[in-house]
Structures are given as structure tokens and as C-alpha cells.
Design a protein. Structure first.
Length: 371
């Protein structure tokens, strides 16, 4: 039989998912809850056998490889042992939830006692605009949960095995509800009858302790404001041996007074005189790699852009650079003397133009007003 189909889980299911599926089926199929139903008893044995294999990492790995695995035929966790009508009751009374604790426990119980992944941590790092052009290193002070050195993250410390005091070494605890006597697996020793481990005193059984350290992180070239650099394994350690989380570094880039950034491209404004824009000129433009002289053609308009290839920021994928776009800003001087005014009027007479002609042509006709 396919053990995954028996439990109704996918082959990639986690141990927690396997346990939840088993608990759900055990609630429905346990023989003590279905007296006189041989089909339920048979299915319960199959479900218990599948769980015994798939919940054990070594058995499961061997089963997935197609190797022969010894499958237990009967693994009940709660046994019903009839009624006790004696006048003197020597057994401890137990509630329904306690008796069926191993079968009817909440699904989260397994996750609470097992290994869980550590949490991600987040810090911010400020960069100057100029630092974005090459890889930059930052030294961060990090306070995080680290693996406990006393128990090596397991949350428990090995001891010399001794008989479990709760079940006197039997691995089973007998309980009474009314006059019905039940047995259940001992929770303190997990049914083994012996205790060979105790919770770690330094980490209180969590497997991790608080630690302060310095960490050097490299921020790649081309990082922008809001970029997130993930450092795997540098977050909080997992509980009870679980995998660690990551450290996420959020980059904050201070703005530049001259350049504006859009992705890997840069934009800047270059002032031009009215004469330079009208007649054309060669203008020196500052770039991140040093000044570059560009040619301004005659008749350049305000806001016209000139593209300088590969003068922008490096791309995060390390495949080239962005571009630098230079925008012309025509500066109109204030005319303060009559001679300059007359020269401008003469220029207007020689070069008549109506830049608002298209604007006026698009307006609706004004209605005539009768006198």
C-alpha cells in the first residue's frame, strides 16, 4: 500500500502535516471510539502503521528510496481496559481530554513541541549617493537569538537514563473516568519508560539564547533607496534545532542635489543662455565619471533632452549601466537698458513667430455678442 495515500498527504508533506493527518484520522477510526466496527479497526491499524513510518525521518527516507521498511502492524496510543466496579479506586481520575490527549490533541501541539524556524530580522543602512556606484561594505551591530551553546540548539541535555517517575518505567499511564479504566502513553517519557534527557537550564528548553555581535555586510553596486539585501542564516536561530531565519538589510540612499534617479538612469538640468539655445554651443556637463562636453544644436528648446549612454548607475544584475539624460533649461535674462530692448524688438521683427498659434486654433469659437 502507498503510505502517503493511506494518510491522504502529498509526498512532500512536512512531518507536522503527516502528524495532523494522522490525528484527524485517529479521531474517526480509533477502535475504542468505534466498538464492533472491524473495518474501522483495520483502517486504524493501516493509518497507525503509515504514521509510524512517515513520522520517522530515517524510515521515511528508506521508504522513499524504495527500500523495504518494517511497518508495525498495531500501534494504538489509547487503550480501553474495561470497567472498575471496586469500592476502592486506586487510580487517578482523568478528564476526557487527558485520556485521549495523544489522539485528540490540537493540531498545533506537535508544532509547539518540535523544531520551528527562526524569525527574519530587519535593519536599515544609509548610503551616500556616490556609494551606489560600487559595492559597499557596512559593519552592523546585531542583537539576535543564537543557538544555545550548552545544548547545541536541541533544547535538551542528555542524562544517564533512569526510570520515568510518572509511569514507574512502564511507558503507560492508567487513568479512570467514572468506572472506565484507560491506558495512554506516558507524556513525560513519550512511552519509552525511561527519562534520558532534561530541558536545558540556560535556554529554558528553547534551544536559543540572546547574543550580541558585529556583522559585516556587502551591499551590491546599483542599490537604490528601498533595496533589500538578504543575508541567509543571519536571523534568529530556530527553536529546538530549527533552521535559522535571515537578516534583511533595507537600503536608504540620501538624495543628490544635482542628479535625479529613475531606476538605473540619471537625470540632470543644464542651464543654457538664450543665445546658446538659439545659435548652438558646446557646453560642459558634469557626469558621475567627470565632466563631458556635449554639443547643443541651434534652436534647442527648453526641456529638450540629450542622452549620454552608460553614464548612469550600475545595474544590479551587473550587466552594464544606465544612461544619463541632460535636460536643457533656457535662462531668459532680465533686460534693463533701452539698447537691449531695441535689439530684441528688431530680432522679433526679423523673425516673426507665434508659438501660441496651435493653441489658439484648438479653442472653440467665441460667440458673437449682439449690440
Amino acid at each position: 500500500m502507498d503510505l502517503y495515500q493511506v494518510l491522504g498527504v502529498r509526498r512532500a508533506a512536512s512531518t507536522a502535516e503527516v502528524r495532523r493527518a494522522y490525528q484527524k484520522l485517529a479521531r474517526m477510526l480509533h477502535p475504542d471510539l468505534n466498538p464492533g466496527d472491524p473495518q474501522a479497526a483495520e483502517r486504524f491499524r493501516d493509518v497507525s502503521s503509515a504514521f509510524a513510518v512517515l513520522s520517522d525521518p530515517q524510515r521515511r527516507a528508506a521508504y522513499d528510496r524504495g527500500e523495504s521498511v518494517a511497518v508495525p502492524s498495531d500501534i494504538p496510543e489509547v487503550g480501553f481496559h474495561g470497567f472498575d466496579f471496586s469500592a476502592e479506586v486506586r487510580l487517578g481520575a482523568a478528564g476526557f481530554q487527558e485520556i485521549f490527549g495523544n489522539v485528540l490533541r490540537r493540531p498545533v501541539a506537535a508544532a509547539e513541541t518540535g523544531a520551528t524556524p527562526g524569525e527574519d530580522l530587519q535593519q536599515s543602512a544609509q548610503l551616500a549617493f556616490e556609494e551606489c556606484f560600487q559595492a559597499t561594505r557596512r559593519r552592523l551591530h546585531l542583537v539576535r537569538q543564537d543557538r544555545c551553546p550548552d545544548c547545541d540548539g536541541a533544547g535538551e541535555i542528555s542524562l544517564t537514563p533512569r526510570a520515568c517517575p510518572s509511569c514507574q518505567g512502564s511507558g503507560q499511564v492508567r487513568s479512570l473516568r467514572g468506572r472506565m479504566v484507560f491506558t495512554r502513553r506516558c507524556g513525560d517519557c513519550e512511552g519509552t519508560g525511561a527519562i534520558g534527557r532534561r530541558p536545558c537550564g540556560r535556554c529554558a528548553g528553547e534551544g536559543r539564547v540572546m547574543r550580541s555581535e558585529w556583522l559585516e555586510v556587502q551591499i551590491p553596486a546599483g542599490a537604490c533607496d528601498g533595496s533589500r539585501v538578504r543575508i541567509p542564516g543571519a536571523g534568529n536561530a530556530g527553536r529546538r534545532g530549527g533552521p535559522p531565519g535571515d537578516l534583511v538589510l533595507v537600503v536608504e540612499v540620501r538624495p543628490h542635489p544635482f542628479y535625479r534617479r529613475e531606476g538605473e538612469d540619471l537625470y540632470c538640468d543644464v542651464p543654457l543662455t538664450m543665445v546658446e539655445a538659439a545659435l548652438g554651443a558646446h557646453v560642459e556637463v558634469p557626469t558621475p565619471d567627470g565632466p563631458v562636453t556635449i554639443e547643443i544644436p541651434a534652436g534647442t528648446q527648453n526641456g529638450q533632452r540629450f542622452r549620454l549612454r552608460k553614464r548612469g548607475l550600475p545595474r544590479l544584475d551587473q550587466k552594464g549601466r544606465g544612461d544619463l539624460y541632460v535636460e536643457a533649461r533656457v535662462s531668459v535674462p532680465a533686460v534693463s537698458d533701452d539698447a537691449s530692448r531695441e535689439l530684441l524688438r528688431e530680432f522679433a521683427r526679423r523673425n516673426p513667430a507665434d508659438p501660441r498659434r496651435a493653441l489658439n486654433a484648438g479653442l472653440p469659437a467665441r460667440p458673437k455678442v449682439s449690440s
